[in-house]
Design a protein around this ligand. Structure first.
Ligand SMILES: Nc1ncnc2c1ncn2[C@@H]1O[C@H](COP(=O)(O)OP(=O)(O)OP(=O)(O)O)[C@@H](O)[C@H]1O
Ligand SMILES: O=P(O)(O)OC[C@H]1O[C@H](OP(=O)(O)OP(=O)(O)O)[C@H](O)[C@@H]1O
Ligand SMILES: [Mg+2]
Length: 289
């Protein structure tokens, strides 16, 4: 049964989405920038490239079975989809921001807002309605930061992550409307009819996320040092020990450790007399069922 995945065709979450699929073993056979569809290494999985903002709607309608897009966009479109996993990239916040030297400094000041410019009219309307503020929403399709500067809006509701864009445009943050990161979403019906295939894709993707910031460390050590080695090597379930052919006094050990522990572990292993040390990247870690 064929599964179609919708991924962003451009913008900052497009590249990471393609690379996540590739690392999960679902490499694209045709990734030229103008293509709307691509097959993958798996004949039962195809990819559809669309605007990130349209992915929630395509997945809700079943035009795609699953999709990779921002949580913010799923909430803006207010769609009925299944949220499978937080893919831990594209972390951002939709915030209300005002010019630095304006009368809008605190959440309380927002009651005087007349016009809000935003690419997120639905979420912004909801936010102001919940606060009983009768503001007019001005929908824009980009560069909202300019609206207060040219006098067409009092405040804006826009995405921020590092805060650089707000600062550059002399705007300051007043409140957060919603926190977002990139999610794997699924069509509710597809999740029932294509459950196994969708689960297999999830397993591949989660394997990549688990492997992030992890390294495989390998070394040869003298058998008499094995106890010390065990305590020096934090592993998923302790180090794996195997025979070294041609030298019965030596054993090979390997273990998965966090990137942050590599430096310390190598130093400890060297002190214990470990030889032929290797630190290797890991592509995927698949959980035991
Ligand atoms: N500054 C940011 N930091 C982290 N994630 C962000 C940031 N800006 C946007 N995102 C995430 O990426 C999604 C898509 O935004 P992006 O600006 O890349 O695409 P877009 O605006 O649809 O593209 P374009 O306007 O170029 O067609 C957002 O909805 C949000 O989830
Ligand atoms: O807090 P910062 O790290 O500065 O990020 C915020 C900016 O990122 C997004 O735009 P993007 O860079 O995706 O460009 P776009 O306006 O073309 O969509 C968003 O619309 C902000 O303008
Ligand atoms: Mg953008």
């Amino acid at each position: 049964m064929k599964v179609r995945i919708a991924i962003p065709s451009k913008g900052r979450i497009s590249g990471p989405s393609v690379s996540l699929l590739e690392k999960a073993g679902i490499g694209l056979t045709d990734n030229s920038s103008r293509k709307l569809f691509s097959n993958t290494f798996d004949p039962e999985i195809s990819v559809m490239f669309t605007r990130a903002a349209d992915i929630p709607v395509y997945v809700a309608d079943g035009a795609a079975d699953i999709g990779i897009t921002g949580f913010d966009l799923t909430q803006e479109k207010n769609v009925d989809v299944e949220f499978l996993d937080d893919l831990k990239f594209g972390a951002t916040r939709l915030v209300v921001a005002a010019p630095e030297n304006s009368d809008f400094n605190t959440v309380d000041d927002l009651k005087n807002v007349k016009i809000v410019a935003t690419e997120f009219p639905h979420l912004t309307q909801k936010y102001f309605e919940e606060k009983n503020i009768n503001a007019t929403i001005m929908p824009l399709s980009g560069a909202t930061e300019v609206a207060p500067l040219i006098g067409v809006a009092d405040v804006i509701a826009d995405l921020t992550s590092t805060g650089t864009t707000l600062k550059m445009n002399h705007l300051h943050e007043i409140d957060t409307i919603i926190n977002s990161s990139v999610r794997l979403i699924a069509n509710k019906e597809s999740l029932k009819t294509k459950y196994e295939k969708i689960e297999a894709i999830r397993t591949g993707i989660l394997g990549v996320l688990h492997a992030e910031r992890k390294k495989l460390i390998m070394a040869n050590v003298h058998k008499s040092n094995l106890d010390d080695i065990k305590s020096a090597m934090p592993g998923m379930s302790g180090p794996t020990v195997s025979e070294v052919y041609g030298d019965e006094n030596m054993v090979a050990v390997h273990s998965v450790i966090s990137e942050t522990e590599v430096f310390e572990t190598i130093n400890k292993l060297r002190k214990i007399g470990a030889k032929d040390l290797l630190v290797l990247p890991i592509e995927r870690i698949l959980e035991n069922k």
